[in-house]
Design a binder for this molecule. Structure first.
Ligand SMILES: [Ca+2]
Ligand SMILES: [Ca+2]
Length: 266
């Protein structure tokens, strides 16, 4: 095995390939995290919305511009997405709907990013902005949940990056967990450790101001920056899912969003 590896390393074609990989602007994993300017310059803008219009009602598609909601029709009498002052103002009717609000838009990249502005307005307790990616055609996870950043308000606030695909939303893992709980009354340490390895909690001092967010996926790494400062990243296999089909917003309470852009690298 070791000998094979040495042989491979000396093969000129592989040397060329490894040189190409190291110098590629897309695949160079050793580079500093890419900022919004990098995406503006190098990536393809596949969607943008400034929300400078009025919503047309309370239904799933009433935000317009091809947004959809997985939860609006549970509570058709409650407005969970209000376009007001050129801002998407989400107010989840979590109790009435029996579920946090989920709003999504087609994205469609393997490697890419979303940039947006968000604000936890401080109008209600439990403000938390969930932003990430879904592929409903991926049948190994509940509802296609691939991976997210959870931006949590209050004191002190935090940001969690989570690989849902191979972690908490993975159906096979959930089944194993449920069977173990049924048999032993508790979640086995091995599964607890696995779930813990699928997320990272980053310190973030929450407030009620507007912030610029960059959430990027490159290979199996999700990376987050707020106001141009890289806060951290998580390397986990689920992020390498080939199609981030939807950009997804989730809320349990209130969150405001504006200037959404989806960038595709490949
Ligand atoms: Ca409105
Ligand atoms: Ca706007």
């Amino acid at each position: 095995m070791t000998q094979n590896r040495i042989k491979f390393r000396r093969h000129p074609a592989l040397l060329l390939l490894s040189t190409a990989l190291l110098t590629s602007p897309i695949l160079d994993a050793t580079a500093a995290p890419k900022d919004a300017a990098w995406y503006r310059e190098k990536a393809t803008l596949i969607f943008e919305d400034t929300f400078d219009r009025e919503e047309t009602g309370t239904g799933a598609k009433d935000i317009g511009n091809n947004w959809n909601s997985a939860t609006a029709n549970r509570v058709p009498h409650i407005k969970q997405a209000d376009l007001d002052e050129g801002i998407l103002k989400i107010a989840s009717a979590t109790k009435e709907a029996g579920h946090g609000a989920h709003i999504h838009h087609d994205a469609g990249f393997q490697d890419g990013a979303v940039t947006l502005r968000f604000k936890l307005p401080g109008l209600n307790p439990g403000e938390r902005f969930q932003v990430g990616f879904v592929d409903r055609e991926c049948k190994t996870v509940h509802a296609g949940h691939l991976g997210y950043a959870f931006i949590v308000g209050g004191k002190p606030g935090s940001i969690t990056l989570k690989d849902s695909k191979s972690g908490a939303m993975n159906l096979e893992l959930t089944k194993r967990k449920e069977e173990a709980v049924k048999a032993t009354g508790k979640v086995p340490e091995e599964i607890q450790a696995l779930l813990k390895s699928k997320e990272t909690v980053l310190p973030w001092k929450a407030d009620n101001e507007w912030h610029d967010l960059l959430l990027a996926v490159e290979g199996d790494v999700m990376q987050i920056s707020v106001d141009g400062t890289p806060l951290g990243e998580l390397k986990s296999e689920g992020f390498a899912h080939p199609v981030k089909r939807w950009l997804s917003f989730g809320a349990l309470s209130t969150v405001w969003v504006d200037d959404v852009k989806v960038w595709k690298v490949q």
